[in-house]
Structures are given as structure tokens and as C-alpha cells.
Design a protein around this ligand. Structure first.
Ligand code: AHR
Length: 410
């Protein structure tokens, strides 16, 4: 447990000491009686704290009323004046540390909690749902004020969230969403709109496609043929006959199977691309959001489709960096031989965009700590709060002037 401030553990330590046989502690009979008195007082104190905790956690649940977009409290703001900054205890189940994005996200949570004087207990799920479920159960047992979790996958959370609900502990989903029948099992969501990220990736490709086809420069066996660039540019009016013989061929590296960014980034992208006859998807492989697996996927793509790939759509920067390494090892020019679209916006990817090795980086911000802490405080002190909060996110492309882009911080 990475609990940073653990009053309970301290009490347990004192109790353990008090319960040791007198000889071991080198105490006399008198000393032992004194210790038993201390022990009794501590037990009383612990009991009182426990009851107070039960009551306030229960209150926070009772007093909120949910609707689709925002939640209204039926109590006066600041009513629970004692339950603010310094006393707030948050249990945070982070899903892992698979990418620079994830590390930036954990840091953002830690900084925001520290700035407000909140106690943040961080548990790393190490990419395993069962670890996250165990962490959430431990937070319930410790009766934290709020549970925050970044769910690794969408399914399989109902039981543990029902347990949190029964204990009266509000739950904030951060970064990713879940699939539960009863949406009352979580209190609110703070995180990106992953569907929009897929759409942004597709929008860039639609623009780039015009340039690729009009240049008639699809390399290797695929020179862009007889179709006139005029017909290509007026894509909406295109018929089957207008289409070039040679389509723009895409390979896709997706994130962790069953995770909401993987599902939504796929859907957002394909909702736009699949209905456009100029494109052909060669294959999608999961790279699990990991650089090492991004390398493996790219090796496979190059082996199976030599000289055929026009575009790589990668669901995150970590996998993209791995893929670029492989392309360069094969003597290719990433960004030119293969158009690369990536998601996240970490510094390393933005640098490669500036160098022309990546063509588009769709932003997905990990800096969610401030919004999460705001929300936690509002929920616990019965203020109105939004049920869904999306950070503002953009899209950086080779067509943009990036000279004023601030350092990314992750
Ligand atoms: O859920 C957000 C995704 O998870 C980010 O795109 C990726 O880098 C991280 O691993």
C-alpha cells in the first residue's frame, strides 16, 4: 500500500505494542496497567472516529440527487465546513504505468491533491483489473471519503461499485469510462472524450487524403492512376467509377482490448473513414498502449504488407514511438513513406511532429488532477457538480504553426 498518511496503521502499531507480553517490552505490572488504560482510551477514540466517518460518508450519498448532466445538492454549499481541504481522504486506483501519458496523469493527481492538502492514497493496478478491484475494496474498508479510479477496461465493475455504493462512498471515474447497467453506481466522470479523438484522427486523414491522391504519389505498386484530381477533390460527389483503382491503405494499432479509449477511438475513426470508398483497412492489431508492443505490431505489419502501407493510425504515442523505431530500422522515412496519426500529445510525439516524422497528433490530456479534486470537494461538501467533465483538447498537425506550442509537461 502506498498510503501516504495512514492514521489507522499508526493506531495499529500502538495497539500491537500495547498487546505484546510485558516481558518482551520490559514492563512491570504497574506499567502494564497503564498500557491497558492507554489501549482502552485508544479503542474508544477509534470507535468514535469510526462512527463519525460512517455518518458523514452516508450523508454525502443521501444528499445528492442525480440527473443526466449535472447533480444538484439539496444542502447549502459549505454546510459540511469540517469536510473540506485538509480533512479530505481520497483513494485513487490508477490502472498502471504503461505510458508517459499515464505517468503524467498520476503526477497531475498527486500535485493537485498536495496543493489542496488532501490525503491521496495511490494504488497502481499494474495493468490488471483484479488489482484495481482489490484496491477499491481496501479503500472501502478504510472508509475513504471519495474513491477515484481509472478503469482499465469497460466491463466487470458492477459488484465492487455496488459495495462502494452500499458503503456510501462516492466514486469518480477518471480518464476512462465503464459499462454498467446502473449508472448510479458511479457519481461522476472526469476525462477526455475518446470518441471525439477518433473523429479528429479521421478528419485529419480526410484532409491528408486529398493531398495524397492529388499528388498521385502513393508509392510502390500504387501510383494513383487515372482518376482525375478534380474528381477526387469533390469527394462527396464521387461515384464508384470515379474512385482510383488503388485505395489508401491503412494499418491500425489499437489500445488495450476492452478499454474505453480503444473502443471509442476505433469507433470515432471508422464512423468517418469506413463510408469513404477511397480507404482500405489492411489490418488492426492491438498494441495494448505499450511501446514494446507497438514495435511488435509494426514488425508484423511490415512483414505482411511490404510496400503497401500508406497510413498508420495508432491509438497512442507510446505505440507510435515503438513503430517509428521499427520503420527507421527498416530504412523507411516515417511521416513520408507512411503517414502517421497518433493520439495523446506527449512531448516526444510533438517533437517528432515538428521533425516531420509524425503527421498528426490528436491531443488527449492527462492533466485531470485539478478537475478531479474540485469535483471531490464539491461532492463531499454537497455543492452542485457536473456529472461529466471533459477537458478541452485539440489536434496538432503538420499543417499547423507549432512554434508557440507550450511544453507539454508529459
Ligand atoms: O486512457 C488514456 C490512454 O491510456 C492514453 O491514450 C494512453 O497513452 C494511456 O495508456
Amino acid at each position: 500500500m502506498e498510503f501516504k498518511r495512514n492514521g489507522i496503521a499508526e493506531i495499529q502499531g500502538i495497539l500491537r505494542t500495547a498487546l505484546l507480553p510485558g516481558k518482551k517490552r520490559g514492563k512491570t505490572g504497574k506499567g502494564r496497567i497503564r498500557l491497558l488504560c492507554v489501549l482502552f482510551s485508544l479503542l474508544c477514540l477509534f470507535f468514535v472516529l469510526f462512527l463519525t466517518g460512517c455518518e458523514s460518508a452516508g450523508k454525502s450519498k443521501e444528499k445528492t440527487e442525480r440527473n443526466a448532466d449535472s447533480i444538484q445538492s439539496d444542502s447549502e454549499p459549505g454546510e459540511d465546513a469540517g469536510k473540506t481541504a485538509s480533512s479530505l481522504v481520497i483513494g485513487f486506483s490508477q490502472l498502471g504505468s504503461e505510458s508517459a501519458w499515464r505517468l503524467g496523469n498520476t503526477l497531475s493527481m498527486e500535485r493537485a491533491a498536495k496543493d489542496r492538502g488532501f490525503s491521496l492514497f495511490v494504488e497502481n493496478g499494474m495493468q490488471k483489473q483484479e488489482n484495481q478491484i482489490a484496491s477499491i475494496r481496501s479503500f472501502i474498508a478504510y472508509r475513504v471519503d471519495v474513491i477515484v479510479f481509472a478503469p482499465i477496461v469497460e466491463d466487470g465493475w458492477s459488484n465492487v461499485l455496488q459495495e462502494a455504493k452500499d458503503a456510501g462512498i462516492p466514486v469518480i471515474m477518471m480518464d476512462r469510462v465503464i459499462n454498467v447497467m446502473d449508472s448510479d453506481l458511479y457519481t461522476a466522470y472526469v476525462g477526455p472524450d475518446h470518441y471525439l479523438e477518433g473523429v479528429n484522427a479521421a478528419k485529419f486523414l480526410l484532409k491528408k487524403a486529398e493531398e495524397m491522391l492529388s499528388e498521385e504519389d502513393l508509392s510502390g505498386e500504387h501510383s494513383a492512376d487515372e482518376a482525375s484530381s478534380e474528381a477526387l477533390l469533390s469527394n462527396s460527389a464521387m461515384t464508384e467509377e470515379d474512385l482510383p483503382d488503388r485505395k489508401i491503405r491503412i494499418v491500425e494499432m489499437s489500445g488495450t482490448e476492452g478499454s474505453s479509449p480503444m473502443i471509442s477511438r476505433t469507433k470515432g475513426f471508422h464512423d468517418l473513414i469506413d463510408r469513404d470508398g477511397r480507404f482500405e483497412l489492411l489490418e488492426t492489431l492491438s498494441g495494448d498502449f505499450l511501446r514494446s508492443k507497438g514495435k511488435e505490431c509494426m514488425e508484423t505489419f511490415l512483414r505482411k504488407y511490404p510496400d503497401q502501407i500508406d497510413v498508420l493510425y495508432s491509438h497512442n504515442d507510446a505505440m507510435t514511438l515503438g513503430a517509428i523505431e521499427v520503420m527507421e530500422a527498416h530504412g523507411m522515412k516515417p511521416g513520408r513513406d507512411i503517414v502517421i496519426i497518433s493520439v495523446d500529445g506527449e512531448q516526444a510525439a510533438v517533437d517528432l511532429l515538428r521533425e516531420g516524422k509524425i503527421n498528426c497528433v490528436v491531443e488527449c490530456s492527462p492533466m485531470l488532477g485539478e478537475a478531479v479534486m474540485d469535483l471531490a470537494e464539491k461532492i463531499v461538501t454537497h455543492q452542485d457538480y457536473p456529472r461529466i467533465t471533459h477537458p478541452e483538447e485539440g489536434c496538432f498537425t503538420e499543417y499547423d504553426d507549432l512554434s508557440h506550442l507550450a511544453p507539454r509537461g508529459y
